[in-house]
Design a protein around this ligand. Structure first.
Ligand code: GDU
Length: 184
């Protein structure tokens, strides 16, 4: 074996890397003790909706209502943080297996997209609160639709997301209603 090939050969045996591609993590720990408390004005949809529901913000600005989607609003693949945590445990099991080497990337998502207005509807149901919203211009840089193909994670990590949008909204609301001002 030439000296040039040797180092690469060694790398292919010893080197292991797993990359997990998160889609849109939301939700909170079901205990209601751990949740998302962004500092300042939330950039992301779920914490913004949650702060409207709890009375910290007046209304949600829905960024764009003319996308080519089910109702014109942006579609994303929301995933409960508990499912995401379990995905990490499965990846750790995989990378600890002596038979695994090299690099793999796995999508962690539900494979199903929800529009902004569908999330608003699900959150209204989970919280019993009216979520005021206004349709405004698109946010620069946003795309219409983004959802995962998580079939490789199912096949190789034995992982699938199990929690649905109702549970994501319920756990988010459970935390937010117990912590109306966040952790402060
Ligand atoms: O106040 C808001 C916030 C968001 N949205 C909409 O809600 C959807 C989800 O928006 P998020 O900001 O929650 O999530 P994104 O998928 O747009 O953004 C996420 O994915 C991006 C890459 O695709 C970046 O990684 C970014 O940091 C990360 O938050 C989008 O259609 C967005 O336009 C609103 O209508 N109003």
């Amino acid at each position: 074996m030439s000296p040039l090939i040797k180092p690469w050969h060694r790398i292919s045996v010893d080197w292991k890397l797993i990359s997990l591609r998160y889609f849109n993590p939301v939700g909170a720990h079901p205990s209601g003790i751990i949740g998302e408390d962004p500092s300042g004005i939330p950039n992301n949809l779920m914490p913004y909706i949650s702060q409207v529901a709890v009375g910290r913000r007046e209304f949600l600005s829905v960024f764009g209502s003319d996308y080519d989607t089910v109702d014109g609003t942006g579609v994303r693949d929301y995933i409960h943080i508990i499912d995401l945590a379990i995905g990490h445990l499965r990846a750790l099991e995989k990378i600890s297996n002596p038979s695994f080497s090299g690099f793999k990337a796995y999508n962690l998502g539900t494979g199903r997209g929800y529009s902004v207005l569908e999330v608003v509807k699900a959150f209204t149901k989970a919280s019993g609160k009216k979520i005021e919203y206004k349709l405004v211009d698109r946010r620069p840089g946003d795309i219409a639709t983004c959802f995962s193909d998580a079939s490789l994670a199912k096949k190789e990590l034995n992982w699938v997301a199990e929690k649905d949008i109702e549970e994501m909204c319920r756990d988010t609301w459970n935390w937010q209603s117990n912590n109306p001002n966040g952790f402060s």
